[in-house]
Ligand binder design. Structure first.
Ligand SMILES: NC(=O)c1ccc[n+]([C@@H]2O[C@H](COP(=O)([O-])OP(=O)(O)OC[C@H]3O[C@@H](n4cnc5c(N)ncnc54)[C@H](OP(=O)(O)O)[C@@H]3O)[C@@H](O)[C@H]2O)c1
Length: 316
């Protein structure tokens, strides 16, 4: 194994300095690693804008954060459903008008292991529509402000990128033929990761160095992910796994995205997550990314398809 650049313990939030004056926009913070990431960012003095689909859960999260960190914290929640393109665009416009800067946009929200093929209102398979196209459009809309702020876009992927088919299923992206929960989830996560590296290429080609884009994943973390959208069987399996050392806390799961959002001079070409067995747990750092995630012909075709499907073009 390569030596971890952050030492034996890997990257930890101790490395984050004072974040006063910095603003982070993050999706999906009502539970899991998103919630933990917000807590750590706020504890370092940052302003955090949370984009969540459930206002009651957002209010509960803010209540807990204030109880734990104090009433002075600078946090607000805006209602946004990533599964609806019109909603994402409306909220992105609102963020552009009301939030003065974005030091990092952290694309964390997702659904996983949806038991049966379901389509979003826009007509895409639900995991592709939510995890991929939802984040795609949000990023494209907020890109100008991230650029103005010399900020970062952080994509929370998954080791699932390597657990389904190892390319994009362009001929049947809605899985009309042979839907399986794992293949469809994995595909959405592979697509998310591919787009990070394609974005880097496009920024480089345009001579833009102010924005940085990072891909990471939380390993196997004890969160609500499977309980929210998985089948009874998947919930059973994951809840059993949660009792084993094969999983880690949601707090530790938050480290890779926090690292990508805050660590100075982090190499964009890397893929970041736990570096222990199977990359499920262990010290956080860079680790191997299988080549299919950077297959240039596929990443380019996916980008072009995404522009067509969403009718959204990035202003790069
Ligand atoms: N936990 C793991 O082991 C693991 C492994 C690999 C990758 N990941 C990735 O880690 C990220 C965070 O997941 P997590 O494990 O922390 O799960 P989680 O506890 O279920 O958190 C997911 C968050 O996303 C939100 N969300 C879901 N659909 C949304 C939508 N349509 N619009 C807006 N927000 C939405 C959820 O909101 P609600 O509360 O309203 O449902 C929740 O706040 C995801 O990208 C996931 O793919 C997790």
């Amino acid at each position: 194994m390569n030596k971890n650049q952050f030492g034996k313990k890997g990257w930890t939030p101790d490395r984050i300095g004072d974040l006063n004056g910095k603003t982070y926009v993050i999706t999906g913070t009502t539970s899991g690693i998103g919630f933990e990431a917000v807590k750590i960012l706020l504890s370092k003095g940052a302003k955090v804008v949370m984009l969540n689909r459930n206002p009651k859960k957002s209010a509960d999260a803010i209540h807990i954060l204030k109880q734990e960190l104090g009433n002075h914290i600078d946090v607000l929640a805006i209602k946004m459903d990533l599964a609806e393109q019109a909603f994402v665009k409306k909220v992105a416009e609102e963020v552009l008008k009301t939030v003065p800067r974005i030091d990092a946009l952290i694309c964390n929200a997702a659904i996983a292991q949806v038991p049966k093929q379901t389509l979003t209102v826009d007509g895409w398979e639900s995991q592709m529509g939510t995890n991929y196209y939802g984040n795609w459009t949000l990023q494209a809309f907020l890109f100008p402000l991230v650029e103005k702020s010399k900020g970062r876009i952080v994509t929370v992927g998954s080791m699932g990128y390597d657990m389904g088919i190892k390319t994009i299923k362009f001929d049947d992206l809605n899985w009309d033929k042979d839907y399986t929960p794992n293949n469809a989830y994995s595909q959405s996560k592979l697509a998310q990761i591919m787009t990070v590296y394609e974005l880097q290429d496009r920024l480089k080609e345009a001579g833009k160095t102010d924005v940085k884009a990072y891909a990471c994943h939380p390993g196997s973390s004890r969160t609500n992910l499977i309980n929210t959208s998985g089948s009874f069987m998947m919930k059973f399996i994951f809840n059993m796994m949660k009792l084993s050392p094969l999983t880690q806390s949601a707090k530790k799961g938050a480290y890779p995205q926090l690292m990508c959002a805050t660590e100075p001079n982090l190499d964009q070409s890397g893929f970041y997550g736990p570096t222990g067995r199977n990359n499920w747990t262990g010290p956080v750092g860079a680790h191997k990314l299988e080549q299919h995630a950077k297959d240039k012909a596929v990443t380019t075709r996916l980008w072009e398809l995404s522009e067509k499907e969403t009718s959204v073009k990035w202003n790069i």
